[in-house]
Ligand binder design. Structure first.
Ligand code: GTP
Ligand code: MG
Length: 254
């Protein structure tokens, strides 16, 4: 449920990613400071969060520690979206009509990304589509166009599980799976005849990353001012949450 307008002017961070990856768990932890059980989400929720005292917002970095305007508890809005395939329009609505959006956290379950795992295919599919929206934002509406740089954090969650891939492997595995998605999408367009009438340019527009490249790499998104970083962590399990690096990533964007 979106709350009244006053809050929407706060800087916001959007949580997106496939079902069961831990978005609502992360929201709960960041809002309350403790874990609580979650149910699969059916609607977006946005909550007001504060940076932990130990983190300084990027916009406050050059202030002296004694500057009274230095906000140790800088507030921001965290927006959770449902990951279910049929409910993704909620997340995509937030992307195409952003309210003071400062960054996007795409959460993946690092334990479902082994070769041949259905989770890998679904995750790569969703990530491909999300990045393509960001890439094409210059052709989109004004609000989205206004976002000059768009930082994306791929939060490789569930690192407490022994089946979880380490962050570097999450990165390369997703890159090669997105390479496959990219090829199959462009074949699909050719087969259906879409883009044939409008000429080859349209087809190029739906190609993620560098045109003519064999392999997709996240750095190819930099050309579109989208910076992608992959950082591992866990919300639950293990010896407690490991989310400090994700907090730092957020604080640098506020
Ligand atoms: P949707 O609402 O369906 O899109 O899913 P979601 O991404 O919001 O997932 P949710 O936060 O509800 O978490 C799904 C399950 O993963 C829950 O059972 C969580 O307890 C579990 N989970 C979340 N984070 C972790 C983690 O770091 N480690 C482990 N082992 N389990 C986790
Ligand atoms: Mg959820």
């Amino acid at each position: 449920v979106f709350r009244a307008s006053g809050l929407t002017t706060l800087p916001s961070i959007l949580l997106i990613g496939p079902s069961d990856s831990g978005k609502t768990s992360l929201l709960t932890l960041f809002e309350r400071g403790t874990n609580a059980s979650t149910h699969t989400s059916q609607a977006p929720i946005s909550v007001e969060c504060s940076l932990p005292v130990s983190n300084t917002a990027g916009s406050d970095k050059y202030r002296s520690a004694h500057d009274p305007t230095n906000q140790a508890h800088k507030k921001f809005l965290l927006i959770d979206t449902p990951g279910h395939g049929k409910l993704r329009h909620h997340a995509l609505d937030n992307l195409t009509n952003p309210q003071n959006l400062k960054g996007l956290i795409f959460i993946v379950d690092a334990a479902t990304l082994s070769a041949g795992d259905e989770g890998l295919r679904q995750t790569a599919d969703y990530l491909h589509d999300t990045l393509l929206i960001l890439q094409k934002r210059m052709a989109g509406n004004k609000a989205l166009k206004a976002l000059k740089d768009l930082p994306v954090l791929i939060a490789a969650n569930k690192m407490d599980l022994f089946t979880a891939l380490p962050a570097a492997l999450v990165k390369s595995t997703l890159e090669s799976e997105i390479t496959k998605v990219r090829v199959s999408r462009s074949k699909g367009l050719l087969d259906s005849g879409i883009g044939m009438d409008e000429g080859a340019d349209d087809e190029k527009d739906d190609w993620l990353g560098e045109v003519g490249s064999q392999d997709f790499k996240f750095y190819q998104m930099e050309e579109f001012d989208v910076t992608v970083e992959v950082i591992g962590g866990n919300v639950t399990g293990g010896e407690g949450p490991t989310v400090e690096k994700w907090w730092s990533w957020i604080s640098e964007r506020l």
